[in-house]
Design a protein around this ligand. Structure first.
Ligand code: ZN
Length: 346
């Protein structure tokens, strides 16, 4: 009888050592067949035989635990620090988790992209590192232009092929040249170039409730035959009224940007106080929201668009600012704070 138990034990241990779900070995028919022997034995042997089987079962259980720990180690290599489980446990179980949600900025970007989509704009992505040509030269900031310094850009220590540092883009206008070239064929087909670029930008700012080093901007570009300032105003007004869900007045003041001529600072009547004055608009009744203008002929020409035949407008608007106004968020730093109390409100 001892021989039979030893033989079965050997088989079960070998099986356990290689099994992918070792605990199932404890339900093996071999083990059950031993229990089935007990009633057939003479009464005086039953007790001893039962003890032997129990000991066998304990040995197999120990082997199962060893095998499970081994499997767990294999599964956890390499360690994923984002794993929602206790990685030190032999049998990791998912940790209790609450349901996440889309970040408010991402959600608002998809809302504003939908609005522009309906107006015939395509949505393009920006990039998080770019060269001086796209950030400056292609936008009519020649080398040495004083306005280059206004952008407080982050630059790499590495140099590109032209011996210049690369840049973490300070505006998504860095995509304007690429967008114009990508959709140049539209113009030959009699269609406009119409694109927005909502994406992340970076500035070396002193941080406070209104300034972040990392934020989001939506660039808009529209080029075609006979495009004028009236189209620019109508487009932005339509967008803002749709976004805030109410009628708004808009106002343009002359401004200066190298890449647009003429250039404007675009204001809208405060969506909260009907121009009476409140804390959101600093009691002004108006909010200076974004920069815009007619694309400079040099910018069009550089991208291969004939400025004698086509005109266009461009605008750049801070997404964080739009969203802060929509929800009366008082501090821009909340967005990247990872504070769950803040994020759970959305
Ligand atoms: Zn107001």
């Amino acid at each position: 009888m001892q021989d039979k138990i030893d033989s079965i034990k050997q088989q079960l241990l070998e099986l356990t050592a290689t099994h992918d779900s070792p605990r199932s070995v404890l339900r093996s028919p071999l083990l059950r067949s031993l229990y089935a022997e007990i009633p057939k034995l003479p009464a005086e042997q039953k007790g001893q035989f039962g003890q032997m089987i129990n000991q066998l079962k304990l040995d197999i259980e120990a082997a199962v635990v060893t095998r499970e720990a081994q499997l767990a180690r294999v599964e956890l290599r390499p360690i994923d620090v984002t794993a929602p489980m206790d990685i030190n446990s032999a049998r990791p179980e998912p940790l209790a988790a609450s349901k996440g949600s889309v970040h408010p900025l991402m959600r608002e970007i998809s809302i504003l992209s939908d609005i522009f989509n309906r107006m015939g704009y395509v949505v393009e992505e920006s990039r998080e590192i770019d060269d001086q040509f796209h950030m400056f030269e292609s936008l009519n900031f020649p080398k040495g232009h004083p306005a280059r310094d206004d952008y407080d850009t982050f630059m790499t220590e590495e140099r590109d092929g032209d011996g210049e540092p690369l840049i973490a883009p300070a505006h998504t206008s860095t995509m304007q040249y690429r967008v114009l070239r990508k959709y140049l064929d539209n113009l030959d087909k009699g269609e406009p170039i119409a694109a927005i670029v909502p994406d992340r930008v970076f500035r070396n700012e002193d941080l406070d409730a209104r300034h972040e080093h990392t934020f989001y901007q939506v660039e808009g570009v529209y080029v075609g035959e006979g495009v004028n300032v009236g189209n620019l105003i109508a487009t932005l007004q339509e967008f803002l009224q749709e976004y805030y869900g109410k009628k708004l007045e808009v106002r343009l003041n002359p401004f200066y940007f190298p890449f647009t001529e003429p250039s404007f600072e675009f204001s809208l009547s405060c969506p909260f106080c009907e121009k009476k004055g409140c804390s959101v608009c600093s009691q002004e009744g108006w909010i200076e929201l974004l920069g815009c203008g007619m694309i400079h002929p040099n910018v069009l020409q550089m991208a291969g668009v004939d400025p004698g035949k086509y005109t266009g407008f461009a605008f750049g608007c801070g997404v964080d600012r739009l969203v802060m106004m929509k929800y009366a968020i008082e501090d821009v730093r909340h967005f990247h704070s990872a504070k769950l109390d803040f994020l759970r409100q959305f």
